[in-house]
Design a protein around this ligand. Structure first.
Ligand code: AHR
Length: 519
């Protein structure tokens, strides 16, 4: 139904959006919506990598956020912040992408190994010095520490194919000169490297390439990413900027056989009167515009997937949304190159909407990386010296944890629209899985800031005896967790769901994410 809604949306065009908006006017305070959960029609695997993260050498994303060094007075495990490591372990982060971003195509991996590391300038992000004290060993060991797999973006823009070839060997080779060098630097056993990015944003900071040139470069560099015998490393091409479907077309046509995935970067930029819009000070019209823009992800995935289907009907190649999230103005008084922004209930609901979209495209979308993990853009965690706070977005990823590697179940929801001025998006979106734990998990998000929805969901192919749930909401969509009030937006037990006659009824409050477990 979600897919049906997006077809509606694109088929109806602007006047259709207006009509949908008009339909919701004068609706009752609590809408009655009938829906169906088809437990008898299992769909694709919801790859756990959909819940992956991105950590770049940017602002306090790495230094201060993850790495403080072993001599720091901030409690640490061999240099990694103890509080951050514990929070990320609890989240079951499946995969981390590193070292960028734009930083990746200027990063020379040898700068970050061994003793006597050089200091460079981080030209993209604030022009600050990059000490290189967090390098390959520190990243790969960090991933092991939090129980995540690794996705390393190679330097295609300003380094030779041999540099990427040798970096991959340094990390993964069981023997040989590079393996010996790795052992001398403290790591005998090869690490597991799951994904390699063939550059980043080759259309922009990765080299300002045209699509044809980028496809040629991708073929060439991907050739030299060699996994040890019997090991698989997935190669991800630098993908399109939002709606640039020509990029996907050319990359799939010219380099589709050399890669295992193609990226897609799409940020939700609220764009207020000035700049990108404040993270915390926004009106309802700003809110509606932001939600309408985030809903565009559905259309983007539909369009890019359709192109990929032409070249890869078996869906071997993964559409990896390896950068997404809300991008607002930085917090007042902070370095504009550090991309440090607060994180509100709005951002949490937006994350949930995107996750629901990814689940509905799970047959093609098998990895996404929210930008970014700590202290940058839509972060899971914010730190300030020794202090740490979990953002509302952290709690969304926590609530969706049972979705990792579940089996998608179709959830038909009737169209419900939230609109404000010319901005419209579905009010209620959802997704469901048959989890690895044997339970059925249903996520519903209502972005309408004022109107609750009552859903009466028919359950086909399952007999549930028990329902439990958790809810994430707050008094205002602008509410945040900060160091003074770290628990303003946190999950609570949800009691507004009941089972009766093979149906699940849910009183879904305004501006809320609810995740239920059925057994
Ligand atoms: O995430 C911040 C930046 O956004 C990344 O470095 C770049 O890839 C994108 O433009």
């Amino acid at each position: 139904m979600i897919r049906q809604m997006s077809r509606w949306a694109s088929a109806l065009g602007a006047s259709g959006w207006a009509m949908a908006a008009a339909l919701t006017m004068g609706a009752p305070a609590i809408a009655q919506d009938n829906a169906t959960l088809h437990a008898d029609r299992p769909g694709p695997l919801v790859d756990r990598h959909i819940f992956s993260q991105f950590a770049e050498h940017l602002g306090y994303g790495i230094y201060g956020g993850i790495w403080v060094g072993p001599k720091s007075s901030i409690p640490n495990i061999h240099g990694y912040r103890k509080d951050v490591v514990e929070a990320l372990r609890a989240l079951h982060v499946p995969l981390v992408r590193w070292p960028g971003g734009c930083f990746a195509d200027e990063y020379h991996w040898r700068d970050g190994i061994g003793a006597g590391r050089p200091t460079r300038i981080n030209t993209h992000w604030g022009g600050v010095t990059e000490p290189n004290s967090f390098g390959t060993h520190e990243f790969m060991d960090f991933a092991e520490l939090i129980g995540a797999e690794t996705y390393v973006a190679g330097n295609v823009g300003s380094d030779a194919p041999s540099a990427l070839e040798e970096w991959v060997q340094y990390m993964t080779a069981p023997e040989g000169t590079l393996a010996q060098e790795r052992a001398r630097n403290g790591r005998k056993q090869p690490w597991t490297l799951s994904y390699v990015g063939i550059g980043n944003e080759l259309w922009g900071c990765g080299g300002n390439m045209r699509a044809d040139d980028a496809a040629g470069v991708t073929r060439r560099y991907a050739t030299f990413v060699k996994a040890p015998y019997g090991v698989k490393i997935q190669k991800i091409a630098s993908g399109a900027n939002g709606a640039d479907t020509n990029w996907t077309e050319v990359m799939m046509r010219e380099a589709g056989r050399q890669i295992d995935g193609i990226g897609l970067h799409y940020y939700t930029v609220p764009t207020g009167a000035k700049g990108r819009g404040s993270a915390t000070d926004f009106t309802e019209t700003d809110y509606a515009r932001t939600m309408a823009k985030t809903w565009k992800m559905e259309e983007l995935l539909t369009k890019h997937s359709a192109i990929m289907d032409k070249y890869d009907p078996a869906r071997r190649v993964n559409l990896a949304v390896d950068e997404w999230g809300i991008w607002t103005d930085v917090e007042p008084g902070t370095n504009s190159g550090f991309l440090y922004q607060q994180n509100s209930l709005r951002d949490a609901l937006l994350a949930a909407v995107n996750i629901n979209i990814f689940v509905h495209h799970a047959e093609r979308v098998r990895m996404t990386n929210i930008a970014q993990m700590v202290n940058v853009l839509q972060a899971m965690i914010l730190t300030d010296g020794p202090k740490m706070v979990l953002t509302p977005t952290y709690h969304v990823f926590d609530l969706y944890r049972p979705f990792q590697d579940g089996t998608a179940l179709p959830l038909d929801l009737p169209p419900t629209w939230y609109n404000r001025e010319e901005w419209t998006a579905p009010a209620v979106t959802g997704s469901a899985v048959h989890g690895k734990d044997g339970a059925v998990h249903v996520a519903l998000v209502n972005i309408d800031p004022a109107k609750a929805h009552h859903l009466d969901i028919a359950l086909t192919g399952m007999a549930a005896a028990q329902v439990t749930g958790r809810i994430l909401t707050a008094a205002r969509v602008q509410d945040v967790n900060d160091f003074a009030a770290p628990a303003r937006v946190v999950p609570a037990a949800f009691t507004g769901a009941a089972l009766h006659d093979g149906r699940l009824s849910v009183d879904l409050p305004a501006k809320a994410l609810v995740v239920r477990e059925l057994r």
